[in-house]
Ligand binder design. Structure first.
Ligand code: APR
Length: 235
């Protein structure tokens, strides 16, 4: 019998217990940096060096953090479910925990690609390179001669993988949201594509401002919430 489709939408909260700060909690990343300055396409065209340094720092930090039990629990569910992870996170912790079907909506920290033209959103997947935890600097060029940039979806840019993400959610038997404030669209609206029959579980220690009767809140941090979720759905 085909395994039930479990779609897991994750945000920064799933990596909080690995030591990666979230964006909007107290002392979150956006409390210490202005996203419009360090994570927007306008910011890139104002000051490429600043953004290259910001993402070089984030990429270097990633080398020293590890997946936590929530990442591992999500990966382990592949034994009993057809698990598809849609993450807003740019870290590689789902991969390192063993998940095998992952869609990064906002890009990936270990990857870079050519800048191509001004405001040019076009690139092909074969132009995307994984540099691990290394740094890139002004003057580091792609084979096509244009400046290398982080393979991150910045504020002001399109979210190229939103269509396949909608497709996954619209086929879900169960939707699980872990660690997202659901404040950045289009990711925040994905849960609305879940079939009417699909229960929607939401693991977060805080109340998340979504008002949908289908949502079953699990008011815990991710590592504890995953245990409760697994009990609730029964393996
Ligand atoms: N376990 C689970 N959830 C947690 C934990 C934890 N240990 N700690 C914090 N959280 C929750 C917070 O309560 C909050 O609801 O995780 C959520 C984090 O929300 P944000 O910081 O807004 O992160 P996220 O929703 O992923 O942001 C979405 O915004 O800046 C952009 O591109 C960036 O992908 C990011 C997007």
């Amino acid at each position: 019998m085909a395994k039930k489709k479990l779609v897991v939408l994750t945000g920064a909260g799933v990596s909080a217990e690995s030591g990666i700060s979230t964006f909007r909690d107290s002392n979150g990343l956006w409390e210490n940096y202005d996203p419009q300055e360090v994570a927007s396409i306008e910011g890139w065209y104002r000051n490429r060096a600043l953004l290259l340094d910001f993402y070089n720092m984030m990429r270097a930090n990633l080398r020293d953090v590890r997946p936590n039990d929530a990442h591992r629990a999500i990966a382990a569910l592949e034994a009993d479910y057809d698990v598809r992870v849609i993450t807003q996170n740019v870290d590689n912790l789902h991969e390192r925990a063993g998940s095998t079907r992952i869609l990064h909506l906002h890009g990936e920290l270990t990857k870079v690609r050519p800048e191509n033209g001004v405001y040019d959103q076009t690139y092909s997947e074969k132009e995307v390179f994984d540099i691990g935890y290394e740094a890139i600097h002004l003057g580091d060029k792609a084979p096509n001669g244009s400046q290398l940039r982080p393979h991150i979806v910045w504020f002001g840019e399109a979210v190229p993988k939103i269509e396949p993400a909608i497709d996954w959610v619209s086929q879900a038997d169960i939707l699980l949201i872990v660690g997202s404030s659901l404040s950045v669209y289009p990711a925040a609206g994905l849960y609305r594509y879940a079939p009417a029959a699909a229960p929607i579980y939401l693991i977060d220690p805080q109340e998340v401002a979504v008002h949908d009767a289908r949502i079953i809140p699990i008011r815990e941090k991710a590592t504890v919430g995953m245990k409760k979720f697994i009990e609730m759905i029964g393996k």
